[in-house]
Design a protein around this ligand. Structure first.
Ligand SMILES: CN(C)C(=N)NCCC[C@H](N)C(=O)O
Length: 273
């Protein structure tokens, strides 16, 4: 494979894990009795931000709020596409107040926020992929929210059914490698219903397929700029596959965040112009 993958520089919004903790359980990864190493979490998050900046990406930050331990997972607050913001309506009451803080950031940055009317968790389940918007449902974001996203963005939505509670957001089971018109994805088929698997196989015959082990190591909760793939350092086989396909894996360890059911992508909201 030639060394020809071209990165597209991105603008990201992130939230420092100053108040990060596992205080409640709203997904199978969260066990409030398991302690989080707050200092290690901060170091891991800072390494992620450094890696983005070292690769030329712009990183903006939203001020964290003390009573919102999951606010670090910026990807879930909205989907920003074509400069338009579809603000989330969180499933869990514990996360709903995050919207106020994120809306304030978006409004201060000159965006107008259009609020989802049905449960919708932003980039956790809505994944722009070239000419389509891939949209997960089953645990959080509803099919009604998919319909609203299609109406709001005017991009064809492909609804995909998630079936395994450990992969409760679609961005735990699938990520976009390059988002050009004929872009490609990586995913873990077992996280999807048989029909949705068939849809993915039809749309992406050359997709990179992750092993169960790499999926459970949050290897698919990755961020790609089209060349560099910021990926969990524990997803070794997936990183090797990507390397063979001409991508450049940038391994990062976000193990503390996995205790809350999150990883690299969850911590990263992309601001798409
Ligand atoms: C890849 N994932 C799962 C995300 N995009 N977000 C992480 C959210 C974690 C939070 N405790 C929750 O359960 O909502």
């Amino acid at each position: 494979m030639p060394d020809s993958r071209v990165p597209r520089l991105r603008r990201f919004l992130v939230c420092e894990p100053r108040h990060f903790a596992v205080q409640y359980s709203i997904n199978p990864w969260m066990h409030p009795d398991t302690p989080v190493d707050v200092d290690l979490a901060r170091e891991q998050w800072q390494a992620l931000i450094r890696a983005y900046r070292d690769h030329g990406h712009t990183v903006e930050t939203v001020e964290p709020v003390a009573a919102l331990p999951d606010m670090v997972f910026a990807a879930n607050c909205a989907l920003v596409l074509g400069g338009r913001v579809l603000g989330s309506l969180f499933h869990a009451p514990e996360r709903r107040p995050e919207s106020t803080a994120y809306d304030a950031w978006f409004e201060g940055a000159g965006y107008e926020v259009h609020r989802a009317e049905s449960v919708c968790e932003g980039e956790g389940d809505l994944v722009p992929a070239g000419r389509f918007l891939l949209a997960g449902t089953g645990f959080r974001t509803t099919r009604e929210a998919h319909r609203q996203a299609q109406e709001f963005f005017g991009v064809p939505v492909i609804s995909l059914q998630l079936v395994d509670p450990r992969f409760y957001h679609m961005d735990t089971a699938l990520f976009v490698l390059d988002d050009g018109e004929d872009g490609n994805i990586a995913y873990y088929p077992e996280a999807f219903s048989p029909g949705s698997r068939a849809v993915l196989a039809r749309l992406y015959p050359d997709a990179v397929i992750a092993t169960r082990e790499d999926a459970l190591a949050f290897g698919l909760n990755s961020v790609s700029d089209g060349r560099h793939v910021f990926i969990s350092s524990r997803a070794k086989e997936l990183a090797d596959q990507l390397d063979r396909q001409g991508y450049v894996p940038v391994p990062l360890d976000l193990s503390e965040f996995q205790k809350a059911g999150g990883g690299i992508k969850c911590c990263t909201q992309e601001l798409r112009p």
